[in-house]
Design a protein around this ligand. Structure first.
Ligand code: DX5
Ligand code: ZN
Length: 216
């Protein structure tokens, strides 16, 4: 099992984003997580390709791009060009998910699918072997700082057992409400990657918080 921390810049200080990216570069974080929201798939608009292009100029960690948007196929190429190393699309936003995953992989980067809290693991049965990662939402997508959904632990255990049988190299990432308490239980349940936004960026010692999350 990997233990990767992926700070979500959704909670970063956008008046000093470069400083926060340099903090992540110095830290033990494994990815930089970008929560891209279009105001249609989720009831919020966050940021898009220009932010990722600029961060990519100074980032020294892989860019983990979470597309909370409708019709992701239209923009996958642009996000790859902007510097994405991993692209996650929502199962709920993709009519032809197999084609979308092939599209991402044909561009030479890692492909991941995200499930909202209400979407069961079983929907991945015929696509799991194609995936590099599965992202489970532990909050309803759209905002940082929300309360963790307890059912997520069960979903992580179910997904872990499914992956062990069908695609052992596939990572499990969890996004939303991650702190020391939920993070430890998530790692213990089989998660590999923890996305944390407010818990890291509201901390007085973000680098230490990242280090502590990694060794939970
Ligand atoms: C929801 C976002 C958040 C964010 C992390 O759409 O995806 O889950 O990344 O938020 P925190 O860590 O503040 O709960
Ligand atoms: Zn995310």
């Amino acid at each position: 099992m990997s233990r990767i921390i992926a700070p979500s810049i959704l909670s970063a200080d956008f008046n000093n984003l470069g400083n926060d990216i340099e903090m992540i570069n110095r830290s033990e974080a494994g990815f930089i997580h970008f929560d891209v929201m279009d105001g249609v798939f989720v009831p919020n608009i966050s940021f898009g390709i220009p932010v990722i292009e600029h961060v990519n100029k100074i980032a020294r960690k892989p860019l983990d791009v979470h597309l909370m948007i409708v019709n992701p196929d239209a923009l996958i190429g642009s996000f790859v060009k902007a510097g994405a190393s991993i692209i996650t699309v929502h199962y709920e936003a993709c009519t032809h998910l197999h084609r979308t995953i092939q599209h991402i992989k044909n561009l030479g980067i890692k492909a991941s699918v995200c499930l909202n809290p209400h979407t069961p693991i079983a929907v991945l049965e015929d696509i799991i072997t194609e995936l590099d990662m599965v992202l489970l939402m532990s909050v309803n997508p759209g905002f940082g700082g929300q309360a963790f959904i307890e059912n997520t632990y069960k979903k992580v255990r179910q997904l872990k057992s499914f992956i062990e049988k069908s695609n052992p190299d596939c990572l499990i990432e969890v996004d939303g409400g991650v702190n020391y308490e939920t993070g430890k239980k998530l790692f213990d349940s089989g998660a590999d990657v923890l996305v944390a936004g407010s818990f890291i960026f509201k901390s007085n010692q973000p680098e230490e918080t990242i280090r502590n999350l990694k060794i939970l």
